[in-house]
Design a protein around this ligand. Sequence first.
Ligand SMILES: Cc1cc2nc3c(=O)[nH]c(=O)nc-3n(C[C@H](O)[C@H](O)[C@H](O)COP(=O)(O)O)c2cc1C
Length: 181
Amino acid sequence: MRILAVHSSRFGHTANIVASTAHRLREHGHDVDVRPIGAIRAWDDTAQAVLVAASVRYGVYSPRIVSFTRRNAERLARVPSAFIGVNLSAIDADKATPQTNRYTKRFLASTPWRPDLVQLFGGELNFPLYNPLDTALLKPILATTGRPWGPDVRVDYTDWEEVDAFADRFADYAASRRAED
Ligand SMILES: Cc1cc2nc3c(=O)[nH]c(=O)nc-3n(C[C@H](O)[C@H](O)[C@H](O)COP(=O)(O)O)c2cc1C
């Protein structure tokens, strides 16, 4: 099956999660095309399943991702589709579901798209990549949640085994939908 994987990734972490998911989906025999959202100009008619992934920055997922899902909601409904959301809130188990992760709840309420699968992952902190403004703005935000802050801080909060498990679930789901068609 040909799977289009579209992502919005400011610092590359969501892109890494998508790359890992794509690798696993290929092991299931799928043909996966990974593209940044900025490269998508029109709907790809050859896509038989679609994965959309985005990270949260200052409280929101990328507006480009929101508009892609709004514009293509009807087409997305015709193929198996999944959403991967990446943010720091999702590190906490009680904020890691579409119902309890406020960014994801808000995103899903803002688009007619109803992904078949929704998966949240904790993101990373990687201060060597951030500019001085982001570094300064993150200080009070991280202080309220007790996360580390500082120019040398690099922490990966993603459960990479769960990334593989999610890819397996999406592959199974896509195959079962295909069997029904
Ligand atoms: C400038 C900045 C703002 C962020 N804002 C939020 C936020 O409001 N809520 C949250 O849970 N995580 C927030 N994060 C965490 C990101 O979602 C996390 O670092 C993620 O791994 C970034 O993925 P990306 O590299 O694909 O953009 C922020 C990170 C940065 C660097």
